[in-house]
Design a protein around this ligand. Structure first.
Ligand code: AVJ
Ligand code: FE
Length: 439
């Protein structure tokens, strides 16, 4: 992005802003006003809150901060400040109604296009405008994924439709060795990288094996059938306590069908595709599966090395397949398909070491907590990342079928509470390399 001329960059920003808005409109026009204002789950905001919050963040950063313009609706800042009101409390707030919210986001967007016309855009950080637009594009796309998760929780006839993902094919090997040694983790040069992805720094990683694909529904069903949910040996202490308290018996949205299972996907109840990555499991379920299978979850550094390290050059790539932005041949991103794709569906997206589907399909739970990298600087606000450091979170990497390409990179870091299951998260397994395997 940095090498493009200002006009090309302006066009790129405009295109990304429009793409994000098209998606927000699809997700909010798909349901009636009653479904927009209702809370479909205590875990989620009403969709109409997300919509106006998207507009309010855009107003704060692009209209007021970058543009230096007069506020559009200063009076509603508090209502749409995520730190003022937990999700469960948002339906009771005096929110903009659907027509007002739609009018508000349109008015803000008109002003933003005006600001964009006069912007210099040459820099990577907020002072020089380019980053601020990228941050707001990513923010809208992040909330679009959150709204997609709200749709998954909504009951009633299906309103979202998309073609099935491409077919899978068997992978030649189940796991690959990632060699011992340092690699460059994080980035100091990616224009739209958020504060927690910075700066680039060398990390030493011991040799380890990582699965070439995420754990599938069929593999996960074998864990269930083997009594995995009834045996505390496989669970951490806190994981087992949660498994009992929440009465977990299978991934969220799986429904019993005699001796087997079906799944409810955006209101379509269907057989569970055996070769698709399992989705809607929490961190505790992922860890229990891995322990049962005699494996473990990768750490965040291991995942990023598997995704970026090119053994031929020693360099870290932007994406597993190289430095090009994601195309439809590389990864299942962008809500083009409303489910993960079967294992092997994206051979062009594999990493140099032969690891598939690291980006797209399902977010992958990792056995790491959320901290800043050495040299971390909060930017442009502490509430994006820093206030979450050291909290009760586990890391997630790679994005899902619901994540837009603009909002994910091999350096992109996501986090959530280890009990969360409504997000589009699965996992893959890893293991230590034994001495005799390294000879
Ligand atoms: C980075 C996905 C954890 O959705 O809570 C949206 C992103 N921050 N608005 C979230 C975010 C502020 C954040 N995650
Ligand atoms: Fe937000």
């Amino acid at each position: 992005i940095a090498e493009r001329g200002t006009e090309a960059l302006r066009e790129h920003v405009a295109t990304q802003l429009r793409r994000a808005r098209e998606r927000s409109v699809v997700l909010t026009d798909a349901v009636d006003d009653d479904d927009l204002v209702r809370q479909h789950s205590k875990l989620m905001s009403p969709l109409v809150w997300d919509l106006a919050h998207i507009g309010n963040q855009e107003e704060l950063w692009l209209v007021r901060d970058v543009g230096g313009r007069e506020p559009v609706r200063e009076d509603i800042d508090n209502l749409y400040d995520a730190f003022q009101h937990p999700r469960a409390d948002r339906p009771a707030l005096p929110l903009l109604d659907p027509a007002q919210a739609r009018g508000y986001v349109r008015e803000v967007r008109d002003k933003v296009f005006d600001v964009l016309e006069g912007s210099r855009l040459e820099g990577r950080r907020l002072e020089t405008d380019g980053f601020a637009f990228g941050m707001i594009v990513q923010h809208e796309q992040q909330h679009d994924e959150t709204m997609l998760a709200t749709h998954q929780l909504r009951r009633g006839a299906p309103v979202l439709h998309a073609p099935a993902p491409p077919a899978g094919r068997p992978l030649p090997v189940a796991e690959v060795l990632v060699p011992e040694g340092p690699f460059a983790m994080g980035t100091s040069i990616e224009a739209w990288a958020l504060d927690n992805e910075r700066p680039a720094h060398d990390v030493h990683v011991d040799a380890f094996f990582i699965d070439t694909a995420p754990v599938t529904n069929a593999a996960y069903e074998a864990f269930i059938a083997a009594g995995g949910y009834d045996d505390p040996r496989w669970w951490s202490e806190v994981g087992w306590a949660y498994r009992v308290k929440a009465d977990l018996t299978a991934p969220r949205f799986w429904v019993r069908d005699g001796a087997g299972w079906l799944r409810d996907r955006f209101g379509h109840v269907e057989p569970i595709p055996p070769d698709e990555p399992v989705v809607h499991v929490c961190f505790h379920e992922a860890l229990a599966y891995a322990t049962w299978a005699g494996r473990r979850l990768p750490t965040e550094a291991e995942w990023e090395k598997a995704a970026r390290f090119d053994p031929a050059t020693g360099r870290s790539r932007r994406f597993p397949w190289g430095d090009e932005d994601p195309g439809p041949e590389h990864a299942n991103l962008g809500q083009r398909h409303l489910s993960p794709a079967p294992v092997g569906a994206y051979p062009a997206g594999a990493s140099p070491l032969g690891v598939h589907q690291l980006v797209g399909d399902v977010w992958e739970w990792l056995d790491s907590d959320f901290h800043g990298y050495p040299g971390f600087e909060a930017f442009p606000y502490r509430e994006y990342s820093e206030v979450f450091f050291g909290g009760d979170y586990k890391m997630l990497r790679g994005g899902s079928f619901g994540t837009d390409p603009a909002a994910v990179r091999a350096t992109f870091r996501n986090w959530d509470h280890p009990i969360r299951r409504q997000i589009f998260a699965g996992f893959r397994c890893a293991r230590d390399a034994r001495a005799e395997e390294l000879a």
